[in-house]
Design a protein around this ligand. Structure first.
Ligand code: ADP
Ligand code: ZN
Length: 762
């Protein structure tokens, strides 16, 4: 209190401009949860609007700082306030709906509103890249000209004639071209009062996304699809908030339902937002949307600033009917949104792993609620969170339990690798190898999944046990043969491969463990004469590379496509008659309560890539744990069975969806200091917990787990500790965090992050 008063006393005098009695509420890109009031000077009164960025004196030394105006009012703040310095935008960057949505996000994800706004608005929209300033001129009508007017030159007369023939203001450049003159005569007309000039910004961006390759056929709905449609359609017609969970096995025709829902909205003149996991991985899906709908804008991660800004403005000006995009498209500034669709709602990529750590599905549900419109979540393997919501009646469950055209789901064979003879340098079991041969001989195509990139994933010394690790992380390095480097997949650290053990110096280190690069070598050796291609983040760096490889695969130019989970998503290739999973256990044994769910989802997804054509298809899964529910039940396409088994486990351990989690990660370069702060922070939470009044007798309503070293203790050179708060009540968790956080500040060099509903547990 006293400090602010003193600061006010010593403030240099504000420049003396007339005030308007108006005040602006401004938030900054800081982890602060409140807005600051500023007086609005007269000269900014007309330019200022809610949703625009402003420049305002802020922080130490009152540096002019960019903030967002989130409110304008006439209530005297009751203390001296500073004045706004500048308004930065010509048009508001945000709609009212988006303001409310981002406000909610700041509350829910426990970060600053300004942080959310700054992250949500693409920089191409802020810096107006993709536009240029242009001068427009227009003739003033005869009737408005004064009786006494200056005489014109011949040239000026001619230009005025051209100008008068145009119904709209003409851009200066264009007029000069049409009238065969330089800027001089036009300038003269403006000065003599015959014409007026205005400046506008023109869009110069080019939409570089592909045009639709073929129109998407309209299918008469199957019986199952018709049943789903009959439940969905009335809600689309009446509008109003309602959430649907569409559980449909792979190839059951979910996309057809999305398309018909979009068409219904287009009939009503409303916009639709479609969120998909990662655009570059789903070129086929995009083509299907473009092949059926008008005015589709596709937002993806390879867009440049100008293009992103261009799309943002087209959406904001109502020129787009369907927005298809990944996570951040949930913030598209539509004006007449009628429906939100989320395809593959279970996908991890909807969770953002940087502040604000939001989940696009959850934000989308809140957006639908705020805009009072329906939302449709679709998946073959819904997340347990969404399933739980359907189960307790928050979402309406819609089911497509069968594939279209009576196509069966492919049979899945599990190959128990414990019974395979150990052969040191071989990834394929005899059974899988034979199946590949048969499939190729019969003219089919093969997909092989190995969810680990690189050549060797484990580089160790057989004598002393040394394992090659990252210098900055507690993670082992992977050998990449094409680059001839050892790489850390977390921080990007790279070092030259070693031959001698750096620890004991005695023996040669061994390069073991299988990655996609080594798998490719093995497959090429065993199947000479067949074209093999690999899809992983190493081979797919260039924009458009997915589309190229998938295009070649579709045309039959590739016989075997192998890769990481990238090949598992949304692809529909009728000629794939065999899918092989090299090691189903890769993701199963990580310390994360969602490991089983992810494994089940991945296996179900990749199995869904086959049996989509007249030749049928099958799946072979190599595993060391064939009895694990995630693997055994994926083998029988038993989603409900898996949910049943996994829900029991989650309930026992108080994990989501039964309880909410907030994870706190404390990191710093100095191990001791970081550890001590983690202890102190957790201690403060313990005390606050003890003071929370339990609503009834019984187990505590909030539990604290930890603090402990994070599973990856050292990451990017930081030591990391973490702890978790668990509760069935999100409200209680938030309340607790809000009481504790303002009381503690980390020492310099130590920082902490809050992750509400965390996905990454490492
Ligand atoms: P999902 O999205 O559930 O995986 P899709 O919508 O991709 O399923 O449908 C699988 C295939 O079946 C696509 O090629 C699609 O064009 C086709 N399809 C969808 N609905 C029908 C239908 N009612 N009759 C015939 N074919 C259909
Ligand atoms: Zn590293």
């Amino acid at each position: 209190m006293t400090t602010t008063m003193q600061r006010d006393l010593f403030q240099p005098e504000q420049p003396n401009h007339p005030e308007t009695g108006l005040f602006a509420e401004v938030v900054f890109d800081r982890p602060l949860d409140h807005a600051y009031s500023y007086a609005v000077p007269e000269e900014l009164r007309t330019a200022l609007a809610v949703g625009k960025r402003v420049l305002a004196p802020f922080g130490r030394g009152d540096r002019p700082t960019i903030g967002y105006c989130v409110g304008v009012h006439q209530t005297e703040p009751g203390r001296a306030v500073k004045s706004l310095a500048q308004v930065l935008d010509e048009e508001p960057l945000l709609t009212d709906h988006l303001l409310r949505l981002t406000r909610w996000m700041a509350d829910y994800y426990l970060c600053g509103w300004g942080q959310v706004l700054n992250a949500v608005i693409p920089s191409g929209a802020k810096d107006r890249s993709g536009t240029r300033a242009a001068s427009f001129v227009e003739a003033i009508p005869e009737s408005e000209l004064p009786a006494e007017r200056p005489a014109l030159t011949k040239k000026q007369e001619a230009v005025l004639e051209v100008m008068r023939r145009s119904e709209h203001p003409i851009e200066l450049r264009q007029l000069a071209r049409q009238a065969h003159c330089g800027p001089g005569p036009i300038e003269g007309l403006v000065q003599k009062g015959y014409a007026r000039r205005e400046s506008r910004r023109l869009d110069v961006f080019q939409d570089t996304s592909e045009a639709p390759t073929a129109p998407e056929p309209i299918h008469p709905l199957s019986t199952d699809q018709a049943a789903v449609w009959n439940q969905l359609h009335p809600a689309l017609q009446t509008g109003g908030f309602r959430a649907f969970l569409l559980h449909g096995v792979t190839g059951s025709g979910k996309t057809e339902i999305y398309l018909q829902a979009i068409e219904e909205m287009q009939r009503q003149g409303k916009e639709v937002l479609v969120l998909v996991p990662e655009i570059s991985l789903t070129p086929q899906t995009i083509q299907r949307f473009k092949g059926r709908c008008r005015d589709v804008a596709v937002l993806h991660s390879h867009l440049g600033n100008a293009e992103r800004g261009g799309h943002w403005r087209r959406v904001a000006h109502g020129q787009v009917q369907v927005v298809v995009g990944a996570r951040s498209a949930v913030f598209a500034p539509t004006r007449r949104l009628g429906l939100i669709i989320i395809d593959e709602e279970h996908e991890n990529s909807f969770k953002q792993e940087a502040t604000p750590r939001y989940h696009a599905r959850d934000v989308a549900v809140m957006r639908a609620r705020l805009e009072n419109i329906p939302i449709l979540l679709g998946s073959a393997t819904p997340s347990l969170e969404s399933w739980h919501n359907a189960h307790r009646g928050q979402y309406t469950l819609l089911s497509l339990p069968r594939r279209v055209l009576d196509r069966p789901l492919p049979p899945v064979g599990l190959i128990d690798m414990r019974h395979e003879k150990p052969r040191r340098f071989q990834a394929l079991s005899d059974e899988l190898e034979a199946a590949i041969r048969t499939a190729l001989r019969d003219g089919g195509q093969v997909m092989l999944l190995l969810n680990r990139r690189g050549f060797s994933t484990h580089i160790h010394c057989p004598t002393c046990g040394h394992v090659e690790q990252c210098r900055y992380c507690d993670l082992s390095l992977t050998y990449h043969r094409e680059q001839n480097m050892l790489l850390c997949h977390y921080c990007g650290y790279e070092t030259a491969p070693t031959v001698q053990c750096p620890q004991c110096g005695k023996t040669q280190v061994r390069y073991q463990g299988l990655g996609t690069e080594k798998l490719q070598t093995e497959i090429e050796e065993r199947f000479p004469g067949y074209v093999v291609r690999r899809m992983d983040s190493d081979t797919m760096k260039k924009p458009g590379s997915h589309a190229r490889v998938l295009g070649a695969f579709r045309r039959g130019l590739i016989h075997i496509l192998l890769g990481t989970q990238m090949i598992a998503k949304g692809l529909d290739f009728p000629n794939v008659t065999l899918v092989g999973v090299i090691n189903a256990d890769v993701g199963l044994h990580v310390p994360d309560f969602r490991a089983a769910e992810r494994t089940f989802q991945l296996l179900s997804q990749v199995a869904g890539r086959t049996g989509r054509g007249p030749h049928g298809g099958r799946v072979l899964v190599q595993t060391f744990t064939p009895d694990h529910p995630a693997i055994a039940l994926a083998g029988t396409h038993d989603y409900l069975g898996f949910v049943h088994s996994e829900m029991a486990h989650r309930r026992t351990h108080n994990y989501p969806p039964f309880q909410r989690l907030i994870r706190l990660i404390i990191r710093g370069e100095d191990q001791q200091e970081t550890g001590e702060f983690a202890e102190r922070l957790a201690g403060t939470f313990q005390t606050a917990l003890a003071n929370l009044k339990p609503a009834s007798e019984g187990p505590p309503e909030v539990r604290l787990l930890g603090p402990a070293e994070a599973p990856v203790f050292r990451l990017k050179g930081y030591h990391r500790y973490h702890f978790q708060l668990q509760s069935a009540s999100a409200g209680l968790l938030h309340q607790l965090v809000r009481t504790v956080l303002p009381t503690l500040r980390p020492p310099s060099g130590v920082e902490f992050t809050l992750d509400v509903d965390p996905f990454n547990m490492l």
